[in-house]
Write a protein that binds this ligand. Structure first.
Ligand code: ATP
Ligand code: MG
Length: 631
């Protein structure tokens, strides 16, 4: 095995040779005739002429060798359920669900919107769509009606699959009312709605439109539905981005490129192998859930865990108990979950046998050094940051643990992965910046296999949104800032719209956040730039403390605020010192755990907080309002 540098260099210099070899990691019905068709930049078509199927590769492919091994493990601490489906059982469930969808009139190319909690039926529905060539669009369960309605209007599904309710932290979240309201609001009504009844909440059925899952399933008990072989570029799914920076974009993905990209990432990056168990704490509503709960692990012949629950119920040891009980080899979570655990008793970590665990992967937002050190020290296992986007489907930057265990740097999500030609470009000139200089993280097209192929229904928006922002060059912009050090390690400095200008100095809010969170009393912080007549902008921080006693009195608050400012002074200089640091008990975040800085900033500037469809807890925004305008 050559070192990773040579591996990466070859992926760019001999693109077709490299990916042609990777294509052999999956099953094809007809082999591709061309590796990459890049005749219409920036649109890339991968594995042209090849026909394959995601469901075949995730399920059927494993029947001859491991039919009776676990494929899908469902754990709900909300309903106290644990169920294991072998590949054979998963195959039967998916075939039956495929037959049910067909009975509802779903065919190749039709969209199916999946608005489901984290239950096995959600995965059956996704895989069933893939099986028959229907395009799924999973919308995070429990989204409010208008966010759901806008996605219904954009995706125009023939069928919606849903359930009576989800459950979060012991509280039932009824879905049917939200769904009915969304359908009423939308201009493109689905013909049929397939409802799975968990018996958690009322589920009034609309005659002629709504169909009960269990009833329909009885009519398709031993259904056999052959897989629909799709040309590699045919769409597999649509998934909307998290909406952190604005209106969500409908990311469209292909079939063959995605299957190859996932298979390759399981091998070279995550180091996951058939028979092992993969545990991602994400949700099927996000890209991590698509790539690394459902498709990636199964395509690699691994068992995958679907977890409905939080990291702290019944207690803060639950994730580690799952690792122990199911001998998890590869685990994937988000910094936000680890920060939650950091506030709990560390003894929970020592309670369980974690010897099966090879690596903990974290992604979704910046992994600050204190959190990273804390979890790495507590686990005694590699904790690896990986940086990517809904758009890319798999990591842009990380450490390829399946190829070599490179020295890792705290705070750095690593280096560009194979297939990604990553450049750091000057925002005004479009020229490459030097070592340790800040630039926009950009990817020279073609984007590698697995990445978005277009914006659903809007090729022009794809080009305009992603390829038109760097002057003089048609490159893909991630809209994130980064720097690269002398060892080639990248650091992400935050979103390009999170940079603030203080008296002519450009500061990344991320750097100020890092500095503030290095204070021992701070659990989490968001910094935004707020318009200021004198200085242009000033940084304002909103911090969550580890111990509420630190802010029990106005004097204590002032003392802590002063200490935090001193910390920033010492690390970044007085220019970066926040104008104010407010203390709150939680930060406004998207449901995927990303801080909604644009909304905090708007409130600080007395503007409307904007599109809040994906906010987790509106109460957090109220705290920001109260902090900024004390009564
Ligand atoms: P929208 O594009 O709709 O505003 P979003 O960008 O939050 O939403 P995602 O695709 O879920 O939607 O998030 C990708 C972004 O998350 C990246 O562009 C980056 O800003 C951030 N991110 C993801 N992983 C990391 C990481 N390991 N380190 C730093 N930032 C990360
Ligand atoms: Mg984005």
């Amino acid at each position: 095995m050559p070192g990773f540098d040579a591996f990466h260099a070859r992926s760019l210099a001999d693109r077709d040779g490299f990916w042609g070899e990777q294509a052999a990691l999956i099953d094809w019905n007809a082999k591709p005739t061309q590796v990459c068709d890049y005749s219409r930049p920036p649109f890339a078509k991968w594995f042209v002429g090849g026909t394959t199927n995601l469901c075949h590769n995730a399920v059927d492919r494993w029947l001859p060798t491991q039919a009776d091994k676990p494929a899908l493990i469902f754990i709900s601490t909300e309903t106290d359920t644990e169920e294991t489906y072998t590949f054979r059982q998963l195959h039967a469930e998916v075939s039956r669900t495929a037959a049910m969808l067909k009975a509802l009139g779903v065919g190749k190319g039709d969209r199916v919107l999946i608005y489901m909690p984290m239950i096995p039926e959600a995965a059956f529905a996704m895989l069933a769509c893939a099986r028959i060539g229907a395009i799924h669009s999973v919308v995070f369960g429990g989204f409010a009606s208008h966010s759901l309605a806008s996605r219904i209007d954009d995706a125009r599904p023939r069928v919606i699959v849903s359930a009576d309710a989800g459950s979060r932290a012991g509280k039932v979240v009824p879905y049917k009312g939200l769904l009915d309201e969304a359908i009423a609001l939308s201009k493109n009504k689905p013909a049929r709605v397939l409802m799975f009844d968990r018996k958690l909440a009322a589920m009034p059925m609309s005659a002629g439109r709504d169909v009960d899952w269990a009833t329909l399933a009885l009519q398709h008990v031993n259904a056999q539905v052959p897989v629909e072989w799709l040309e590699s570029s045919e769409p597999s799914y649509i998934l909307y981005t998290s909406g952190t920076t604005g209106t969500p974009k409908g990311v469209q993905r292909d079939t063959g490129g995605y299957a190859v990209a996932l298979a390759a990432s399981m091998k070279h990056i995550y180091d996951g192998h058939p028979g092992e168990t993969y545990f991602s704490t994400s949700d099927i509503g996000w890209v991590v859930g698509h790539s690394y709960i459902v498709y990636g692990p199964l395509i690699a012949g691994m068992a995958t865990i679907m977890y409905e629950g939080t990291p702290v119920r019944p207690d803060a040891g639950i994730l580690w108990k799952i690792v122990q009980d199911y001998k998890v080899a590869v685990m994937f979570s988000a910094p936000t979950a680890i920060r939650v655990l950091k506030k709990q008793d560390p003894a929970y970590l020592a309670k369980y046998d974690l010897s099966s665990l090879k690596t903990l992967w974290l992604a979704g937002e910046p992994l600050d050094e204190p959190t990273s050190r804390w979890i790495a020290d507590s686990l005694g296992r590699p904790v690896v940051d990986n940086y990517w986007q809904t758009e890319t489907g798999w990591p842009i930057l990380t450490y390829p643990m399946g190829i070599e265990d490179r020295p890792r740097k705290f705070g750095s999500p690593g280096m560009p992965m194979y297939g990604y030609n990553v450049k750091l470009l000057h925002e005004n000139t479009g020229e490459e910046v030097g070592v340790n200089e800040k630039g926009v993280v950009a990817i020279v097209p073609p984007l590698p296999p697995g990445c978005m192929t277009t914006v659903w229904g809007d090729d022009a928006r794809f080009v305009k949104t992603y390829f038109d922002s760097v002057p003089g060059k048609q490159v893909y912009s991630t809209f994130d800032w980064g720097i690269k050090d002398e060892d080639g390690c990248f650091f992400i400095l935050g979103r390009t719209d999170d940079v603030i200008n203080v008296a002519g100095h450009r500061l990344g809010t991320r750097e100020i956040e890092e500095s503030i969170s290095s204070h021992a009393g701070i659990a989490e912080v968001a910094v935004v730039g707020v318009a200021d007549q004198l200085k242009g902008q000033v940084p304002i921080g909103f911090a969550v403390v580890k111990d509420a006693r630190d802010i029990a009195t106005p004097e204590a608050r002032r003392k802590l605020e002063g200490e935090v400012m001193k910390t920033v002074d010492g690390q970044l200089g007085a220019i970066a010192r926040p104008y104010r640091v407010h203390f709150v008990t939680l930060l406004p975040k998207t449901r995927s755990g990303k801080v909604l800085r644009r909304s905090i900033q708007a409130i600080c500037e007395g503007r409307d907080p904007g599109d809040l469809t994906t906010i987790e807890d509106p109460g957090a925004l109220q705290q920001v309002k109260d902090a900024v305008n004390p009564v």
